[in-house]
Design a protein. Structure first.
Length: 167
């Protein structure tokens, strides 16, 4: 937050300078959402995560179907079942449901953690590419995550291209 305030203050002060100096200010913009969506490094990370978590996801789907089958069986046959059988099936359903919820929560937590790790690596690579572009083209300021920006300031395509070349 403090960094954004400093950047904003720098931008405001830079824009409030005299016309001749302000005309020399070179500003660029990078759309981080496009980086995460279109950059080869981001797509590779997404496929890696998909492969890494596919088996656990399939196991959870199987468990959900098993739970659904148990629930349907209980609802359909509860009236005709012996009291002890019904209680045993309800207990089995409850235990399986708790295990499913625990595994689902662990899956989401692990997936989020890995996504954050992979996203951090993509951002690190993107920041290096942005810095190289800024230095080579003599940008004074490059912004990310703005409300609106003129398309002529957008250098996202160049960053994505630089990331593709740095494989």
């Amino acid at each position: 937050m403090k960094v954004k305030s400093v950047v904003f203050a720098a931008l405001v002060s830079a824009l409030s300078v005299t016309g001749a100096v302000a005309a020399e200010l070179k500003v660029g913009y990078v759309n981080t959402q496009r980086i995460f969506r279109d950059a080869p490094a981001a797509q590779k990370a997404a496929k890696k995560l998909e492969g890494e978590f596919a088996k656990r996801d399939q196991d959870l789907q199987r468990m959900a179907k098993q739970l659904q089958g148990l629930q349907e069986n209980l609802e359909k046959n509860a009236v005709t079942m012996a009291e002890s059988d019904r209680r045993a099936k309800e207990k089995e359903f409850g235990e399986l449901s708790r295990e499913f919820q625990r595994k689902q929560r662990e899956f989401r937590e692990d997936l989020n953690l890995r996504q954050n790790e992979e996203n951090a690596a993509v951002i690190e690579k993107a920041n290096k590419a942005i810095k190289q572009i800024a230095e080579s083209d003599k940008f004074d300021l490059i912004l990310q995550d703005v409300v609106w920006v003129s398309p002529k300031l957008d250098i996202t395509d160049r960053v994505i291209k630089a990331l593709a070349e740095s494989k």
